[in-house]
Design a protein around this ligand. Sequence first.
Ligand code: MG
Length: 230
Amino acid sequence: MAPSLFELQPNASVAIDGDTHVFPVNRVFCVGRNYAEHAAEMGNTVDRSAPFYFTKSSQSVIHGHPQIKYPTGTQNYHHEVEFVVFIGVAGHKITADAAMDHVFGYACGLDMTRRDLQAIAKEKRRPWDLAKDVEQSAVIGTITSKGNFGDIGPQKIELFVNDKPVQSAHLSDMIHSVPDIICDLSKYYTLQAGDVIMTGTPAGVGPVAIGDKMDARIDGLSNLVVTVET
Ligand code: MG
């Protein structure tokens, strides 16, 4: 029998508000272009027919540290604040109606990106790994359980850099909803307990510099505050 959620031996783990368990991170899936204004600012059209994905390795996850490192190999390291979904129950070919039964909870996250290398990859039609699967680039805050968070709807998602607002939207602005993402992703993967889905970023992405403080906030979730260091 497969081990239960809290018996898994993870590369990374994430604290859960009000729970002595820690969430064992398995895979990290990320959704691209899930807010229309962000797609537009990147010069892309929106594909409403289905989401698309890239992945980060679980070794890219950082949780519970007040600092993240500015990585080598980039001159343009960007912030992307995201609503992060944690899978607690495995499933394959999950229907949208049943999707929420597979969700454990949610957290604030940052999908940090080497934007310069992503631009080169796009131009040369190469994979995005060097841009996205970066050490300490999947920055994840403390989890709130699905029951404590309630329904996903008009909650604000915001990022402040050095106390200045830079990204702001509502979770209801997502082009592909959380149930639709789980339904679509599970056509291609057997989702496993411990899988993590970063659901895309609103408009306002931009570069960070060493010393910058990022403060990610989503209504109903723990704030995620990290400073960029050398
Ligand atoms: Mg992203």
